[in-house]
Design a protein around this ligand. Structure first.
Ligand code: ZN
Length: 139
């Protein structure tokens, strides 16, 4: 069995951004040389997510509106976590509901995704360098 590890780095311009990273994950898979196996993709930060869904602009705005209704960024005093001096209490909650990681099957050297499935990085406390881990195992 082979294994392959790669970090993808991001620095988003906004506090909240959703980025399609399917091409970057496919590129990592190509570099791994693995044809059959599993690919784990996870955010390495507790205020960011990796998830799979449709690459559709209306849906992405719906996610952002929904998350902001569930856990508005302001007022900062709403969150006990912000009493630590941080301002990202909302981002921890947004990350939790959007998930930490995805696992995708690898078949014949490609991500075995459903017809509309795409892999996304969800950033909820952006404007700084953060990373995603891609770990691929198989043969
Ligand atoms: Zn925090």
């Amino acid at each position: 069995m082979k294994s392959f590890r790669k970090e993808l780095w991001f620095e988003t311009p906004n506090r909240m951004d959703l980025i399609n990273i399917t091409r970057e994950v496919e590129q990592a898979l190509l570099e791994s040389g693995i044809n059959e196996g599993l690919c784990l993709v996870n955010a390495m930060h507790i205020t960011a997510s990796v998830f799979i869904n449709d690459d559709e602009a209306g849906l992405h705005q719906d996610y952002q509106d929904w998350l902001e209704q569930l856990a508005p960024h302001e007022p900062l005093s709403r969150y006990r976590h912000n009493k630590t001096g941080e301002d990202n209490g909302d981002a921890h909650l947004k990350r939790q509901i959007m998930g930490r990681e995805v696992v995708v099957a690898i078949t014949e050297g490609h991500l075995d995704l459903g017809p509309w499935e795409q892999v996304f990085y969800g950033e909820f406390d952006g404007k700084r360098r953060k990373r995603v881990l891609v770990k691929i195992i198989g043969g």
